[in-house]
Design a protein around this ligand. Sequence first.
Ligand SMILES: [Zn+2]
Length: 126
Amino acid sequence: MLSWSDIYDVEGVGGPAYNVVIHEFAHVLDMRDGEADGVPMLPGLQAQQHWLAILEPEFERFCRLVDKGMETAIDPYGCVGPEEFFAVASEAFFVTPWALKEQQPAMYRLLASYYLQDPGEQVHRA
Ligand SMILES: [Zn+2]
């Protein structure tokens, strides 16, 4: 369930991206295969292994940045676990794609291939 005040509280300039609608939809996509684990439904085992080969090191790298107190494109809440990392990284992908692309390019490319779009590129062309 989403509240209107949360839905209108959308940020992204000067801090981590925030958009509760994208966040919750990412969880729905994640849980389509029955588990909230940061791995959405993908076409087959090879695609799942490819996903994990990128997600896991990107998640660990992100948590090290947060531990060092660095400003991150992704909401530090993502350190809770891979399922939250996928949700907050999805927020950053759509809200501040250029920042995500600069800070975690491998995660950006993974999400671009999953969501079949390149919002960072569109922003630079506009
Ligand atoms: Zn969440």
